[in-house]
Design a binder for this molecule. Sequence first.
Ligand SMILES: Cc1ncc(COP(=O)(O)O)c(C=O)c1O
Length: 392
Amino acid sequence: MTVGMLDLAQIQQLENDHQPPLYAKREIALIRGEGAYLFDSDGRRYLDAMSNYGVAILGHADREYAAALNDQLQTLATGHQSFYSDVRAELLSEIAEIAPDGLTRYFLSNSGAEAVEAAIKFARVATGRPNLVAAKRGYHGRTLGALAATADQKYRAPFEPLAPHATHVAFNDVDALAAAVDDQTAAILLEPIQGEGGIWPASPKYLQSVREIATDRGALLIADEIQTGFRTGAPWSISDSTVVPDVLVTAKALANGFPIGLTMFTEAISAAIPSGAHGTTFGASPLACRAALATLRALRERDLYARSAALGAQLMERLTGIGSPRVRQVRGRGMMIGVELKERVTPTLRELQKRGVLVLPAGPTTFRLLPPLIWEQQHVDEFMEAATATLG
Ligand SMILES: Cc1ncc(COP(=O)(O)O)c(C=O)c1O
């Protein structure tokens, strides 16, 4: 079959016939991207305010990124970690430049859930304890370990019993956390800004208390920056506080769409992991490493952290400024913004899509912006025009 020859009806029929019904699909097929825009199978253009769930941080079809991948494909694409690799070594040194203090060891894998899975396994082996404490509304992925940490029954219930055991406490509630962490807790696992749950930032004071509770009780603190990573004006959103976690996981935007996961941790944790106890065939391949390297360099060299922080702040201010009676609250940081409505969100998602803008839900009443960091003033203005017409 020649790629690119199917019309929308054919695409929908084939996907509906052959995929399990896991996703509530939108009624368009996205087939091409260019910078801040996506195009559907009928040639209609959309402003991308979602980056494919926070992934395409450099936007679409970035020339330098594509050239780097093309070059690596023609040099060496795959390479197991039982052999050394020049590109992997370069990526590790680039990661070390942006790592929080003390996180000097890096395990590379293929997805966010795998990064969390590794974090849980390493925390268990380093502490000799079995359990987790995580937050209500928190989301950490769908593999069985990551799913145990994920709170929502919608994801968990069909697959129970889950291991390891996780207790879920109210987010931003120090007393609830203090009551839940005991001598069986290997780790406290939290998103510094809850993403899927509705864009809820942790207060710096709460993060400070979480750090103290973890240290006092001998548990590790794992920061899940899979969604927040790179899009809050800095590589890590937790660096807004003075808190340094024992483990930090990221994925999504790290390689601008090439599948990757990264678990960062301390020397002490590394020393506890037996040789051969964990691994992955695809993880840290030269191609994945080149993709991440090209992404991290572009973020730094094009000054995208600072620019996106300024545009994100402007977006939040202007969204609040609409003064819509349908909006309960605008929350977020940098290019991670939630608009909580007083009503269900689906009609608003549809309306924005009709106006040529793609955003995501985050829970039943919130829509979420995770734009590519390459947005410029014109994209903010274009988004605001559609948002004002939709919400006003
Ligand atoms: C905070 C957080 N953790 C973990 C995950 C799981 O990542 P993946 O879908 O790559 O497995 C996600 C994905 O949305 C996430 O937002």
